[in-house]
Design a protein around this ligand. Sequence first.
Ligand code: MG
Length: 504
Amino acid sequence: MQRKMDQTPFAFLSVLLFSSCLASPPNFVLLFADDLGFGDLGCYGHPSSLTPNLDRLAAEGLRFTDFYCTSPVCSPSRASLLTGRYQTRSGIYPGVLYPDSIGGLPLNETTIAEVLKPLGYVTAAVGKWHLGYGANGTYLPTRQGFDQYLGIPYSHDMGPCHNLTCFPPDVKCVGFCDIGTVTVPLMHNELITQQPVHFLDLERAYSDFATDFIAASAQKKQPFFLYYPTHHTHYPQYAGPETAYLSPRGRYGDALMEFDSTVGNILSTLEKTGQINNTLVFFTSDNGPELMRMSRGGNSGLLKCGKGTTYEGGMREPGIAFWPGTITPGVTHELASTLDILPTFAGLAGAKLPQVQLDGVDMTDILVKHGMSKRESMMFYPTDPSEKYSMFALRFGTYKAHFYTRGATHSGTTPDRDCDVFALLKTHNPPLIFDLDSDPSENYPLSLVGRPDLQSLLAKILKVKAQFEASMVFGESQIRRGADPALVPCCNPQCSPKPSCCQC
Ligand code: MG
């Protein structure tokens, strides 16, 4: 096994000393892309994406090659990011939340914002929430530890597309969105300030909100946590006049470029306010690319399939950590996950961990020393996890075992017939095993015949799986709580007929 746990007392002491040497608690900026794959950024090999600011984070920070989200779709992945727990524990499954969903991320789950608040952090979320709205805004960010919020509380295709026009304004976006529900709202804290939202101004509003928040926090000398889950790169793409039609990559490239410009604005604000050397900026994405959108749907690079599947293309993501003066530039091949962000931020801030079963581990050693990962395995749950099937796949060290495989609508249109919706559920017993170091594209399953070393590896994998499953208590599904049309966000709640009257 190449990647082993590093539990030496020296490692622990060095992290302790490092934490105590910090002049003041570090700030955190967490950038979370949407449906962006392993191959979508220039710094991960895309030949025509223009992402100079994200590329700067990678060039001057630490770039992960083996970084994973926990679900191949939006809401569950976000639940894990913010709680450090697999989505099966918090109940954010199967699938995703909708504007009329009754459920949301349970309020007794502890988010990163709630971990940091007791230490005096100011907190803000800007962008796509997608962890529930609920009756009277029960599940909005402002109820989950964030002091401020500006954004659309779910995916921006969850409303009629007619209000989403590309530049120039008379050109309609390609494709279809959800019909029969309200137009997409923009919320400030718990108030709807625009409905429908004006997409061509949206990135400017997000950028201004983010940079104002950083500047105000710096002026008050308060440590801050900014969470920016962007809408950009999720279908349907949009871009304002400053980036529309400028990317050689087309409309996906325009959207990515517009998001990247906000990353640049955030970095320059950190520099101007003197916070750049005391801020950890972390970038990753919620799930793999939506290949069914073809050239407008993102790219998983050399990885197999994309969104909706538990192949690498659905789950392995870019991961970049940037902290000038603290993180030495480079590349790490250590295994890490969105699950690890909560314990890492908590450790760096000196915050207490929530008293629950966490699935994340502190990755400070990887960040500050290019050290080894404390994580030896990663579980891959499908979009509809159940106790009957449990996980679909498990990564152990450099190996990955698939117990089940299945394609997905989201991953249709590629030449690989394993990816599309017609690739029905297949059980693999023994599991398909791949060595991801020599075969990251999962093309060549290893044969166990005459390989006692691999048989012994399989025995270890099955043991890790059984031990993990013994610890897994499925939370009540928040998505199976169902929907109530009266819950859709409407700026004029008493109006009629809905949803068409919800316009302000
Ligand atoms: Mg997504």
